[in-house]
Design a protein around this ligand. Structure first.
Ligand code: F6R
Length: 262
């Protein structure tokens, strides 16, 4: 796993946008996995700026979302599709039909919907680069602690801590945060060719340390990145503050041959 410690959101935005830019240029049908939440926002702002400058195009790309709430009315401002449209895709030239996400009206529909979603990802050729955030409990996607490391897209029940964390998108009302979600499984996420996990802030430091330096365990779903051949963890100083090998990660990145990309 490559760990990159940066001096903040602007550097994270540039570094990860460079990696996405490379995917967009190196494939005729690039496939990007998008995450919602606060962590990827510096990347989305950088991508929008580069698109406005004419430096990148998403014309031939496809994008897949990690997860979605179950039970929100269609078009709800809190839905992850609406979020990603507002934060990214309304501002770039990704065709409307090229944005896909898991969705299920009811928990009972999620298994079938999950299977179809996996087929659509496979039909696109698989995901070239998957963006990830990390929950303060170590979740990725909405795979809460104890999720199977081999899981595929399906319904999950959110833990109260995650609903509390996400209440900021629901006017601070934890009860308004849906209890059920449909999410790519950890096995689904591991199928992507490059995983890029972004974490910022002290509140993520313990989860990051457990995921990067702790044992592989279903209790820290993000520790599954240890199994991946090409996983990059991009951090600010606060999120990196509990890493024991931080000096080593900095030296390794600074001495990377040829370039300092990820
Ligand atoms: C979002 C997602 C979640 C978030 C995580 C961190 O699509 O799957 O795993 O990445 O909850 O959220 P933020 O970035 O808001 O701290």
């Amino acid at each position: 796993m490559e760990v990159v410690i940066t001096d903040g959101p602007a550097a994270i935005g540039r570094l990860v946008a460079d990696a996405i830019d490379q995917v967009l240029r190196s494939s005729e049908a690039p496939v990007i996995g998008l995450a919602t939440g606060s962590s990827p926002l510096p990347v989305y702002q950088e991508l929008i700026a580069r698109h406005r400058d004419g430096a990148i195009t998403f014309e031939h790309a496809q994008a897949f979302l990690l997860d979605e709430y179950i039970g929100l009315p269609e078009g709800s401002p809190q839905s992850y599709r609406t979020f990603i449209e507002a934060q990214l895709t309304d501002h770039i030239d990704l065709p409307n039909r090229a944005l896909d996400g898991p969705s299920a009206a009811r928990v009972e529909d999620a298994s079938a919907a999950g299977r179809c979603y996996e087929q659509r990802i496979a039909a696109a050729g698989g995901i070239d680069l998957q963006l990830l955030g990390i929950g303060s409990d170590g979740h990725i996607g909405f795979n809460e602690p104890s999720s199977s490391l081999a899981s595929r897209t399906r319904a999950k029940t959110l833990m109260d801590a995650t609903r509390h964390d996400n209440a900021r998108f629901f006017d601070g009302d934890t009860d308004a945060v849906p209890r059920h979600v449909i999410t790519q499984g950890i096995g689904t996420i591991l199928d992507a060719r490059h995983l890029v996990l972004i974490a910022m802030g002290e509140s993520k430091a313990a989860a990051v340390a457990a995921a990067v330096e702790g044992p592989l365990t279903a209790m820290i779903p993000a520790s599954a990145l240890q199994l991946h051949r090409h996983a990059t963890v991009v951090l600010d100083e606060e999120a990196a503050s509990r890493l024991r090998l931080d000096t080593y990660y900095r030296e390794a990145f600074d001495n990377k041959p040829h370039c300092q990309g990820i």
